[in-house]
Write a protein that binds this ligand. Structure first.
Ligand SMILES: [Zn+2]
Length: 463
């Protein structure tokens, strides 16, 4: 039996594990490479696999870097099934439809340039029709139950605490009467993440693929992070300005809304209007609300008490562009959450253009800001920025609420691995750059006397 890594090997995107035995071929995740230019060319072409022989795909969660290449399989003749938890199935559609729209837009932009220099137009890698075909192949898999997903291949999935519906996957494969267990951690969340239950580990395996994004350090404590956020918000309320929060639509937005509602409930913050100005975040929030069975104990209690409300009635939502524009005229203090998370596109740009020059405005940064992004420039203290070709003075207060993460830090990764370590598996540290995986590998070697494998793209692990 063997597993080939077609992504997330020495880097953090493009997760794809091709599992092969004499009886079956299964792909675990098939994600897009993002922001890593040398790898992005892999988004256009399939890796060397025979799609016709592929029995099934199984997904750890819905994020684009775990699902974004699925339409390529469809284009090459794959007819399913694609196994995922119910919540993941609900979210994958939103994410892939958005990805197809972004591709269509980007291709149009590039083609305009190509036309000017006499080059033939490019085609997007896939379109919304391909996405609908992916969605039609999604097949739900229950938690904690053995499910046969391919000949002589049983899958069992458990909570991984990263986003709604995210799981770790255990595959039990049989070949010539020999059984082997392969574990995929998927993206692991930190302990005590808002709304979601903590990761639920496995105990026995022959081969383990564990993510190592933040294998080199622990995040700052959640308490400190939340205190910092509350201080930023209290200061902004005194200024009577708008608090603009660039935020990712799925996961981070819901996490923030939860913390806001809880802080008000506990008397740590006064209630101010919270506007969710993102159709994708509104859609994602509705999906959270139809899966209360995945909430942790605290979220379940707050839901019962009506502190958080499944029907979004606590929030003011802006579905249309007009709703969004109307926010220009409202008075602070209030909070406006809008995408994109790094301020490189989306409705947040309109709010920034309108409000950055006002000293009473606060921009609260709550997530990673990539190099060169507008969000990064604001954090670096730019005095002016260009938005839609217009030079805007930055007089607003730019504040960072660092420390929120949907990924486990070093201690939590080790805690997950510790449960399966005594079964002495081969450990492969995937989904991590050297910065994250090397320090983690050193600790594991010292603690458990095993040398983890640090793979590169295309490497094959045989058991
Ligand atoms: Zn993820």
């Amino acid at each position: 039996m063997k597993v080939t890594l077609f992504g997330a090997a020495g880097n953090v995107t493009g997760s794809a594990y091709y599992v092969q035995s004499k009886s079956c071929n299964v792909m675990v995740d098939f994600g897009m490479f993002q922001g890593e230019k040398s790898l992005e060319s892999n988004n256009h072409n399939l890796p060397p696999i025979n799609v016709i022989q592929l029995d099934a795909v199984i997904l750890t969660h819905a994020h684009l870097d775990h699902t974004g290449r699925l339409p390529l399989l469809i284009r090459s003749g794959f007819v399913g099934p694609i196994f995922a938890t119910e919540a993941t199935i609900d979210i994958v559609g939103i994410i892939l439809r958005d990805a197809a729209r972004v591709q269509a837009y980007e291709t149009m932009r590039v083609n305009r340039k190509r036309e000017r220099i006499g080059e033939p137009p490019l085609q997007p890698d896939y379109n919304e029709d391909d996405v609908e075909k992916v969605v039609s192949l999604l097949t739900s898999i229950p938690y904690n139950v053995y499910t046969e997903i391919a000949p002589f291949c049983l899958a069992r999935v458990r909570e991984s605490g990263h986003i709604l519906g995210s799981v770790s996957i255990e595959l039990t494969l049989e070949e010539d009467g020999n059984k082997k267990i392969i574990l995929f951690s998927g993206d692991l969340g930190p302990q005590d993440m808002a709304i979601l239950k903590d990761p639920d580990p496995f105990y026995i395996a022959d081969l383990v693929f564990m993510e190592s994004t933040y294998g080199d350090h622990d995040h700052r404590s959640l308490l400190e992070t939340l205190k910092e956020g509350q201080d930023i918000i209290k200061r902004a309320i005194k200024q009577k300005g708008k608090i603009l929060v660039p935020s990712f639509a799925i996961g981070r937005s819901q996490q923030l809304m939860y913390y806001m509602a809880r802080a008000v409930h506990r008397g740590n913050l006064p209630e101010i209007p919270v506007y969710l100005d993102s159709p994708m975040a509104i859609e994602a929030t509705k999906i959270y609300s139809i899966h209360p069975e995945l909430f942790d104990q605290e979220a379940t209690e707050l839901l019962k008490l009506g502190v958080i409300k499944g029907d979004l009635s606590r929030l003011k939502i802006s579905e249309t562009a007009q709703d969004s524009m109307a926010l220009n005229d409202i008075e602070g203090p209030c909070m406006i959450m809008a995408g994109a998370g790094m301020c490189n596109a989306g409705r947040i740009l309109h709010h920034l253009r309108h409000n950055l020059s006002r000293p009473e405005t606060t921009v609260m940064i709550v997530g990673y800001q990539g190099y060169g992004s507008l969000g990064r420039r604001l954090l670096e203290g730019a005095k002016t920025v260009k938005i839609f070709g217009e030079e805007i003075a930055v007089n607003a207060h730019i504040a960072l609420m660092g420390g929120l993460s949907a990924h486990a830090g070093q201690t939590d990764l080790l805690k997950w691995f510790d449960k399966v370590a005594s079964s002495k598996p081969i450990l492969v540290l995937s989904h991590g750059e050297d910065r994250g995986r090397k320090p983690l590998a050193e600790i594991i070697e010292k603690r458990y006397g095993m040398k983890p494998v640090l793979p590169e793209y295309g490497d094959v692990i045989t058991i």
